[in-house]
Design a protein around this ligand. Structure first.
Ligand code: XMP
Length: 515
């Protein structure tokens, strides 16, 4: 394993993902991790991340200086390098010019860390401080036009520093450098593979759960589907999957999900038709936050009833992923047992409010994985692409895509319109070009004309966006012909709609969803 000590860089997670791409397991830990904890973890190598501070700032984050004497190879990246230099007796100073963006890297020592990295290759820079004097024992590996010490090494102690960011995609020689560090310097083996993960997690689930029973709320996304598959493989009938149908899924999705699990995977699913119940609870409600609150609350009630009806259960399976674990490090832990406790079911379902006798212990087999790794596991165990590559879909589903009151009639209209959007995007092979593509129904009516008839009906908004991570987004430049076909089909085929508009707002200032 490679440990990444995080000094607050926006790229720390990315470093971990890059290491894992070389099939070596890596974890992101706080820079405050103690030397005893590090010894116990016994990593093959340590990477010190970048960070927003200057090593001279008051209160700048520092790792335990004992780290330099552990005898484990260390690579400092940007701030991590500057910290290494400062603590070992070299000098760091504010550079004449801050350097951001691409820079050509000229190699002074093409061995070791820079083996197979081409002279003059592009690396990504983002720094205000620079190393002006190396600590004793260090040698220069590479420089750029603005940065005399762009890569340095103490070969004997296996301490390395790079001023650039090898982890970002713009650093052309970055992956080669990471591979050199991981394989040649740290001598890691490529053991972090999907097959090894599946095997190991099945073993771990069995050891943890023993002969106890586990409850899982299936939603149809890649996380809960992969989770169900792994658990079923590990403990068979000790697992109970519940699928609570709130009535807000897309057309044909509940049927498809049940068919897939029951007929193809032979995993039994308790189907709970709660559609009427949710509609009733939402009757007359128009405020977006109120809708979400009611849906979350109702979900917990149904979930609680079902777990009593089907239980008792000892464990709740939760699709927590690695980014959630990094973000919530040290929280959500029962101080008495040290076990993580259920604070929320992923997405919007907060189970923190469950009564005491329903407090489950958690089983979270995906907690070491990034999303792209879950997809790989999902694929390897035979989940179809329509689930593995599915666009994000909000927990409250279509309920937050009908503005104003939710009624059965509006749900039917939205479902039919949404199906047309998906069909047209899919048929043209555009699905993977977009982050999300969906329809929204507005609770107003406008005048139109069809044949010789005046119409007075709802408009549908098309929301099709591109995005890297959902935090920011842009409206997709969908070809006019595609918009034309979608519009024509919706107005002609969906009764109750006489107008289609396209949302051309980016995020920010808009959000992706309309509620
Ligand atoms: P916004 O609308 O905030 O959405 O730009 C960003 C991303 O989050 C999804 N989203 C949700 N996902 N439960 C979820 O699981 C929710 O309540 C929820 N609300 C928004 C949205 O679809 C987009 O991908």
């Amino acid at each position: 394993m490679i440990v990444i000590l995080d000094f607050g860089s926006q790229y720390s997670e990315l470093i971990a993902r890059r290491i894992r791409e070389t099939q070596v397991y890596s974890e992101v830990l706080s820079y405050r991790t103690t030397i005893e904890q590090l010894r116990k973890l016994n990593p093959k190598g340590i990477i010190l991340s970048g960070g927003p501070s200057s090593v001279y700032d008051q209160g700048a984050p520092k790792c335990d200086p004992e780290i330099w004497h552990l005898g484990i190879p260390i690579l400092g990246v940007c701030y991590g390098m500057q910290l290494m230099v400062q603590q070992l007796g070299g000098e760091v100073a504010r550079a004449d010019r801050a350097e951001y963006g691409k820079a050509s890297l000229y190699i002074d020592d093409p061995t070791d860390l820079l083996t197979n990295v081409e002279d003059g290759t592009t690396m990504w820079m983002s720094h205000g401080d620079s190393v002006t004097s190396m600590p004793s024992g260090f040698e220069l590996l590479a420089h750029t036009e603005n940065t005399p010490c762009a890569a340095i090494a103490d070969h004997n102690r296996k301490l390395y520093g790079v001023q650039f960011h090898p982890e970002v995609v713009h650093s052309i020689g970055g992956l080669a450098l990471i591979r050199n560090f991981v394989y040649h310097i740290c001598e890691c083996e490529p053991t972090w593979t999907t097959a090894a993960f599946v095997e190991e997690s099945i073993r771990e689930i069995r050891a943890k759960v023993g002969n106890k029973r586990v409850l899982l709320a299936l939603s149809g996304g890649v996380d809960s589907s992969t989770l169900a598959f792994l658990l079923h493989k590990a403990i068979g009938e000790q697992l109970t999957c519940v699928f609570i149908d709130q009535g807000f899924m897309r057309k044909y999705e509940p049927e498809r999900l049940l068919k897939l699990f029951q007929e193809q995977f032979h995993i039994p699913v308790e189907y709970v038709n709660a559609r009427d119940r949710f509609l009733k609870a939402l009757s007359g409600v128009t405020d977006p936050e109120e809708k979400r609150r009611i849906i979350g609350h109702e979900f917990i009630k149904v979930f609680e009833e079902e777990s009593r009806r089907l239980g008792p259960f000892d464990y709740l399976a939760q699709g927590t992923l690695y980014p959630d674990v990094i973000e919530s490090a040290d929280t959500n832990v029962d101080p008495q047992t040290g076990e993580r406790v259920a604070v929320k079911i992923k997405s919007h379902h907060n189970v923190g409010g469950l009564p005491k006798d329903l407090r489950f212990k958690l089983v979270e087999p995906l907690r070491k994985l990034f999303k792209d790794e879950v997809r790989k596991v999902g694929r390897s165990i035979g989940l179809p692409e329509e689930i593995v590559q599915r666009h994000p879909f909000p927990g409250p589903g279509l309920a937050i895509r009908i503005l104003g009151e939710i009624t059965a009639e509006r749900l039917k209209i939205l479902r039919d319109a949404d199906l047309i959007v998906r069909q047209e995007i899919n048929q043209r092979g555009l699905y993977h070009d977009y982050w999300q593509a969906f329809a929204v129904l507005l609770p107003i009516k406008s005048v139109g004309v069809m044949g010789d008839q005046r119409t007075y009906a709802y408009p549908i908004v098309l929301r099709i966006v591109t995005s890297e991570d959902g935090m920011t987004a842009d409206w997709a430049r969908v070809p006019y012909e595609v918009l034309e076909v979608i519009s024509n089909r919706i107005v002609n085929e969906v009764k109750g709609v006489n107008r289609v508009v396209y949302d051309i707002t980016s995020k920010p200032p808009g959000t992706i969803e309309w509620e």
